[in-house]
Design a protein around this ligand. Structure first.
Ligand code: AMP
Length: 444
C-alpha cells in the first residue's frame, strides 16, 4: 500500500517523499481514507505509531480546498495537552503541508498572549492549541470558531489527566455542531468513551496497539539500587555501556534539576525539561537534544509526554512514575517505527509498589539485573507476576509497627534487609512518593 493509493494529493506526496516516508503505518492506512471521506474518528494509538501524520495529512488535503480562514477565524482546531506537543504537532503540519497554501499556527500558555493575538488577526487555517490558552484567546475575541470544520483532540486522555475537562466542555459548546471530530487517545477510560459518545458522530473506531500494552521492540529491565546511589549508578551505566543520547525521566522538578547539576558537574552535556522552566528554555533544550548538542535530556512526565524524539536507543527511568500509565508513555520514546530500544528503570526499595502497579498494567514481570557494585542494601521486594508484592511468611516484630499507612499490610519493605533502619526509610520514601493523589507532584 502506498500513500498515493490512499488518495493523497501530489503536494502531500511530494512532502512525504522529502521526509522519506515510504509506506503508511497501520494507523495511517485506516485513518487517512476515513478522514478524507469526512468521517469522525476515535483512535486508540500511542505516540510512535505515526498518528500525527494519520490526521494531519488528510486534514491538510481537505483544507487545501475551500475558503481560506477569515480574520480571527480558524478552520481546523487541534487540541493538545502540552506546549511542547503543540509545537511538535504544528511542526508536523508545516512539514507535510509545505507545498499547500494552508496556514498553521500554535498557541499555548507560558508565553505572551499578544503576539498570538496579532497573528490570529490574519486568520489561521489550522490552529494547534492547549485548552487553557485557547479559551483565553476566545474570551478576548481573538478567535472565532464559526469557520471550524474539523476538531482534533490529540492525547485526549492526557488532557483529562491534566484537569482540562471543563475547558474541553467549554470548547465543545462554542464550536459549530456541524463539524468533523477526530479523537486520539493512548488509553480509553470510561470518561473518554462517554466524551466520544456525546461528541462524535458515528465514528470509525481504530485500535492500533492493544490497550495498555507496551511496544514489543523495547527491551525493558529493572536495575535494583539504593535510592541514594542512583546518580552514581546512572553515570556508571552511561560510561560502561557507552550510551549515546539518553532521555531520563525523574519524578519531580527538583529531582530533574539536581540530576542535571550532577551531570554538568561531570562535564556531561545535559539539560532539563519541566514545568518550572520558561517555555523558550524548554524548547531550546528539546531542540539542542534533537540536534545532538546535548547528550542527556532529563524530564518530568508532563513535560515530556508525546515528545517526538526519533531513534532514541535508551530511555532511563531514574524514578518510576507515580501513575503507572506514564511508564508506557515514557518508554514509547524508544523502539519506534520498528527500531529496537532499551528502557531501563533504576528502582529502589520504596518504589516496589509502583513497580508492581506497572507490571500489573503492562501484564509482564520486568526482569531484574543488578549492576555489580550497586547491589542494594535495601532489597527491592519481589513481585509475583500478577503485579503484587510477594508476601513473606512471617513478619518479625519491629518496634514501632508498620510505619507507612499506605503500604500493604503484607509488605515487608525489603527482602532480607536489616529490618529496622530499612523499614524506616522505606516508609518515609513511600509516603512521599505514593501517598499523593496522582498528578500532584508531576512536572507541570
Ligand atoms: P507520531 O506517532 O505521530 O508521534 O510519529 C512518530 C514518528 O514516526 C515521527 O517521527 C514521524 O515523523 C514518523 N513517521 C510517521 N509516519 C511515518 C511513515 N509512514 N514512515 C516513516 N516514518 C513515519
Amino acid at each position: 500500500m502506498t500513500f498515493a493509493s490512499l488518495g493523497l494529493a501530489a503536494p502531500l506526496l511530494q512532502a512525504l517523499e522529502t521526509l522519506g516516508y515510504k509506506t503508511p503505518t497501520p494507523i495511517q492506512l485506516q485513518a487517512i481514507p476515513a478522514v478524507l471521506a469526512g468521517r469522525d474518528l476515535m483512535a486508540a494509538a500511542q505516540t510512535g505509531t505515526g498518528k500525527t501524520a494519520g490526521f494531519a495529512l488528510p486534514v491538510l488535503q481537505r483544507l487545501s480546498e475551500g475558503e481560506k480562514a477569515a480574520s480571527n477565524s480558524i478552520r481546523a482546531l487541534v487540541l493538545v495537552p502540552t506546549r511542547e506537543l503543540a509545537e511538535q504537532v504544528q511542526a508536523s503540519f508545516r512539514q507535510y503541508g509545505e507545498h499547500l497554501p494552508v496556514s498553521t499556527y500554535a498557541t499555548y500558555g507560558g508565553v505572551s498572549i499578544n503576539p498570538q493575538m496579532m497573528r490570529l488577526r490574519r486568520g489561521v487555517d489550522i490552529l494547534v492549541a492547549t485548552p487553557g490558552r485557547l479559551l483565553d484567546l476566545f474570551r478576548q475575541n481573538a478567535i472565532k470558531f464559526k469557520q471550524v470544520e474539523t476538531l482534533i483532540l490529540d492525547e485526549a486522555d492526557r488532557m483529562l489527566d491534566l484537569g482540562f475537562a471543563q475547558e474541553l466542555a467549554t470548547v465543545f459548546a462554542a464550536l459549530p455542531k456541524q463539524r468533523q471530530t477526530l479523537l486520539f487517545s493512548a488509553t480509553f477510560s470510561d470518561e473518554i468513551r462517554s466524551m466520544a459518545k456525546a461528541r462524535l458522530h458515528d465514528p470509525l473506531s481504530i485500535e492500533i496497539s492493544p490497550r495498555n500494552s507496551t511496544v514489543k521492540a523495547i527491551k525493558q529491565w529493572v536495575v535494583p539500587v539504593d535510592k541514594k546511589r542512583k546518580p552514581e549508578l546512572f553515570l556508571k551505566m552511561l560510561k560502561d555501556r557507552r550510551w549515546g543520547q539518553v532521555l531520563v525521566f525523574v519524578k519531580t522538578r527538583k529531582g530533574v534539576d539536581e540530576l542535571v547539576s550532577q551531570l554538568l558537574a561531570k562535564k556531561i552535556k545535559a539539560d532539563a525539561i519541566h514545568g518550572d522552566k520558561p517555555q523558550p528554555a524548554r524548547l531550546r533544550a528539546l531542540e539542542s537534544f534533537k540536534a545532538g548538542e546535548i547528550q542527556i535530556l532529563v524530564a518530568t512526565d508532563v513535560a515530556a509526554r508525546g515528545l517526538d524524539i526519533d531513534d532514541l536507543p535508551q530511555v532511563v527511568n531514574f524514578d518510576l512514575p507515580i501513575v503507572a500509565e506514564d511508564y508506557i508513555h515514557r518508554i514509547g520514546r524508544t523502539g519506534r517505527a520498528g527500531a529496537t530500544g532499551e528502557a531501563i528503570s533504576l528502582v529502589c526499595a520504596d518504589e516496589a509498589p509502583l513497580l508492581a502497579a506497572i507490571e500489573t498494567l503492562t501484564k509482564q514481570t520486568l526482569s531484574r539485573d543488578e549492576e555489580p557494585g550497586f547491589e542494594p542494601d535495601h532489597r527491592v521486594p519481589m513481585t509475583n507476576g500478577a503485579g503484587q508484592l510477594v508476601k513473606k511468611p512471617k513478619k518479625p516484630k519491629v518496634p514501632g509497627g508498620r510505619a507507612a499507612k499506605n503500604l500493604p499490610s503484607n509488605w515487608e519493605g525489603f527482602d532480607g534487609a536489616p529490618a529496622k533502619p530499612a523499614r524506616r526509610s522505606a516508609a518515609k520514601a513511600t509516603n512521599s512518593a505514593g501517598g499523593k493523589a496522582p498528578g500532584t507532584s508531576r512536572g507541570r
